[in-house]
Design a protein around this ligand. Structure first.
Ligand code: ATP
Ligand code: MG
Length: 273
């Protein structure tokens, strides 16, 4: 997939949340968007996923402006770029497997959804994805009974159910402890590397961006102020992005796993690497 973001802006009244953002992405990288609170990171992801309309600009996906899509074409684009959120956005009282199957909602007829009639193939696929992410045993439990890290893996499984080309993750680890943050980031990285799906993740912290991304886009006040590799993300570049918060952003992110216990074997295996 080739993404060409051209002069994309989003204004709320007189306030510009995103101001003439431009960059291109090729292939299937792991892209981090960083910047302090209010920089415009979520607004950009929401425009890319068409959850909100841009005020101006174009986003060409393989040459086609996805900001102009309507109806069925727009929904098809939205299932090509599945979203993962900071607060997981699961249905808490519903079982894990059904939460994952809800990833298909955009793709199936309304009546089937109303009566919760999932095909055997769909169910088998949902269980296979859960198994891949190490949470197959959790399938019958209510989502709310799982740990935060496990819930975020369920949300990733739900995204995978759409078989997306791109996974958009808005602060996927901001609500997790350091251990679960690492497990979730490792999981996104696995999907990126093994499946060749592009990942675009809004990240609060520098060390996570440095560790997982092969491309980092830094935003400040709605504008792109950095676009490069993690190696190019020097302290000076970080100061441009975060301003006086640069040192804070470095130190707020130590990944001391301490005495935390992994939730399951998958988690333990990832941490054991
Ligand atoms: N619906 C809205 N109405 C008005 N202003 C908004 C709206 N959504 C976002 N903004 C403003 O746009 C700017 C960018 O917000 P955005 O949520 O994209 O930032 P962010 O980089 O994701 O921040 P955070 O790290 O806190 O999530 C902020 O100043 C915010 O107050
Ligand atoms: Mg945000």
């Amino acid at each position: 997939m080739h993404l060409d973001v051209r002069n994309v802006s989003k204004r709320f009244g007189s306030k510009a949340a995103v101001e003439r953002m431009s960059f291109t992405l090729d292939g299937s990288g792991f892209v981090g968007i960083i910047g302090r609170s209010g920089a415009g990171k979520s607004t950009f992801l929401r425009m890319l996923n068409r959850l909100t309309d841009a005020t101006e600009g174009e986003i060409l996906a393989d040459g086609k402006d996805i900001l102009k899509l309507r109806g069925a074409e727009k929904r098809a684009w939205q299932s090509q770029c599945a979203m993962v959120f900071q607060q997981f956005n699961l249905v808490p009282r519903m079982d894990v497997a059904s939460n994952v199957l809800h990833g298909l909602l955009g793709r199936r007829p309304m009546m089937a959804t109303l009566f919760n009639l999932w095909s055997e193939d769909d169910i088998a696929r949902a269980l296979a994805i859960l198994d891949r992410l190490g949470i197959a045993e959790q399938a019958p439990k209510r989502a709310e009974a799982l740990s935060g890290g496990q819930q975020q893996r369920v949300a990733i499984a739900r995204a995978l159910m759409q078989d997306p080309e791109i996974i958009l993750a808005d602060e996927p680890i901001a609500s997790l402890d350091p251990m679960n943050a690492q497990i979730v980031m490792d999981t996104l990285k696995r999907i990126n590397v093994e499946d060749g799906r592009m990942v675009i993740a809004n990240l609060h912290t520098l060390d996570t961006a440095r560790r997982y991304c092969d491309r980092v886009i830094g935003m400040r006040d709605g504008r792109v102020v950095f676009d490069g590799t993690p190696e190019q993300l020097t302290r000076g570049a970080a100061r441009d992005i975060y301003g006086a918060d640069a040192s804070f952003s470095e130190s707020a992110t130590s990944t001391d796993l301490g005495a935390l216990q992994p939730d399951d074997q998958y988690a333990a295996a990832l941490l054991g690497d």
